[in-house]
Design a binder for this molecule. Structure first.
Ligand code: ATP
Ligand code: MG
Length: 309
């Protein structure tokens, strides 16, 4: 459904995207994650044909976004970062206007608006001016707007930003529901959101893609917890840091005599490091109290992949 190859974008001298490549298959719900300024909105604007790339290519359902922008726009529903909703208009009038712009005839407009409104839970507020709606309801109107021309793909730029936790839950449930039959790519800063809604996560940092995986594989078995008692902690730590695949070690001293240490090793990928850690601890005369592998939190994964270094 989406095919992005080596995409780059410059704003003057600044490289906002640097060789981004990824694919999204029909039916996937993909979270697009990254810190402020990482390039999420830029990527989405290129995918929707609102911005030209400086290099590389992007295709939607086989259509090139630069050469076939109209074919592309027919197939996507795009909810921009700050959705430009006309606050003076009633929600229903707004949807009617959009449906007219899509060139739908009157009976089709009626039907599509009724369907989208029903789906997004706004059937009761169609006569309310958009400016009087809560943010959550405005966001629902925005989602209904993206559905009117029955696109296959939704591109949603931070659909839950600025919403309270209840509204976030409601929009998430709505996206899960819509995601049963449509392909969705949504950007967000909220890691939990991706866990709750998406089957895959793309993480972008300073214009480069740094992860493309299912949320749980990103986290799986990438932490080793070692609790041991003994002297020579620095020597043990240095040897552990020397193990292949170990990225970083957090150390906490729990006091005691002999001193007790809690170590948390982050590794690049799940690796059966247990025997090696055990050997190192034994050689240093340590008594091990705990040695186990656990999943990294999404926050840990995100921080590591997007660390400024
Ligand atoms: N029109 C522009 N001119 C110059 N620089 C721009 C322009 N638009 C975006 N940028 C820069 O490009 C980088 C990527 O911006 P982009 O809006 O794509 O980030 P983002 O990941 O959507 O961030 P946020 O999470 O804050 O929405 C930022 O450093 C931004 O300042
Ligand atoms: Mg943005």
């Amino acid at each position: 459904m989406i095919e992005v190859r080596n995409l780059s974008k410059r704003y003057g001298d600044f490289e906002a995207l640097r060789g981004v490549s990824f694919e999204v298959a029909r039916g996937e719900v993909v979270g697009f994650l990254g810190p402020n300024g990482a390039g999420k909105t830029t990527t989405m604007k290129i995918l929707t044909g609102f911005l030209y790339p400086s290099g590389g290519s992007a295709r939607i359902a086989g259509f090139d976004v630069v050469r076939d922008p109209l074919a592309v726009r027919r197939r996507i529903g795009y909810l921009p970062e700050s959705a430009p909703l006309y606050t003076d208009m009633q929600a229903g009038e707004f949807l009617e206007t959009v449906a007219e712009i899509h060139g739908l005839d009157r009976p089709t407009r009626r039907r599509r608006i009724a369907e989208a409104a029903e789906r997004c839970g706004i059937a009761d507020v169609l006569t309310v001016p958009i400016g009087h709606l809560s943010k959550g309801y405005r966001q629902r109107v925005g989602l209904a707007f993206t559905l009117l021309h029955e696109p296959d793909l939704l591109i949603l730029d931070e659909p839950t930003s600025g919403l309270d936790p209840n509204q976030i839950q409601e929009i998430r449930a709505l996206l899960r529901e819509i995601g049963r039959e449509k392909t969705i790519i949504l950007s967000t800063h909220i890691l939990r959101e991706v866990e709750a809604t998406c089957s895959r996560v793309l993480i972008i940092n300073r214009g480069e893609l740094v992860a493309d995986a299912a949320p749980d594989t990103l986290q799986r078995g990438n932490v080793w917890v070692v609790v041991g008692e003994g002297a020579a902690a620095e020597a043990v730590r240095a040897r552990l840091e020397g193990l292949a695949g170990v990225r970083s070690i957090e150390q906490e001293s729990a006091g005691g005599d002999p001193p007790r240490f809690h170590l948390r090793l982050r590794t690049d990928e799940p690796r059966p490091l247990g025997p090696e850690i055990f050997r190192i601890a034994r050689d240093a005369g340590w008594t091990l109290h705990e040695l186990r592998s656990e999943n990294a939190s999404l926050e840990e994964v995100f921080q590591e992949l997007t660390a400024v270094n």
